[in-house]
Design a protein around this ligand. Structure first.
Ligand code: RTP
Length: 155
């Protein structure tokens, strides 16, 4: 069971400052939790501007990069690691399309957000990004590995 837990897929999910300010932390966590994914790390932080630039490094040439980094560093964000089979891809599905005008109803952004610059949540887009983002946001000792008995029948 321990070995299996160690190999289980993980993704990085952040509730952005707008999601925190709007009081959507519990709503967002509950969607991942009810699906059957497992929360293995969580903390609340105010990212510095430099940290936001690191997180969004791949978007550094985009015209909205500066505004995006100002926004991410504007207040507390919730950094989380979620674990489970297919959690990277399915997590993106729960989140919905980047632009909330295009996200389907039933998704987090589709139900709870309106504009792309305030889309309340971030999720890693692939296995490599997930690894990098988990390492950037969390220290190894902030990650837990536990087995809940439910896993035996959830999956
Ligand atoms: P995220 O990384 O936040 O989960 O979002 P994503 O993969 O769905 O989208 P990505 O293309 O990586 O963009 C990252 C974040 O940049 C902001 N954005 N603003 N036209 C714009 O003003 C614009 N386009 C993207 C969004 O906050 C998006 O989540």
């Amino acid at each position: 069971q321990e070995a299996r837990a160690a190999e289980m897929e993980r993704t990085f999910i952040a509730i952005k400052p707008d999601g925190v300010q709007r009081g959507l932390i519990a709503e967002i966590i509950s969607r991942f939790e009810r699906k059957g994914f497992k929360l293995v790390a969580i903390k609340i932080v105010v990212p510095s501007k430099g940290f936001a630039q690191k997180h969004y490094y791949d978007l550094k040439e985009r015209p909205f990069f500066n505004g995006l980094c100002n926004f991410l560093s504007s207040g507390p964000a919730v950094a989380m690691v979620w674990e489970g089979e297919g959690v990277i891809k399915y997590g993106r599905k729960l989140i919905g399309a980047t632009d909330p005008q295009k996200s389907e109803p039933g998704t987090i952004r589709g139900d709870l957000a309106v504009v792309v610059g305030r889309n309340i949540i971030h999720g890693s887009d692939g296995p490599e990004t997930a690894k990098d983002e988990i390492n950037l946001w969390l220290k190894p000792e902030e990650l837990t590995s536990y087995s809940n008995n439910a896993e035996k029948w959830i999956y």
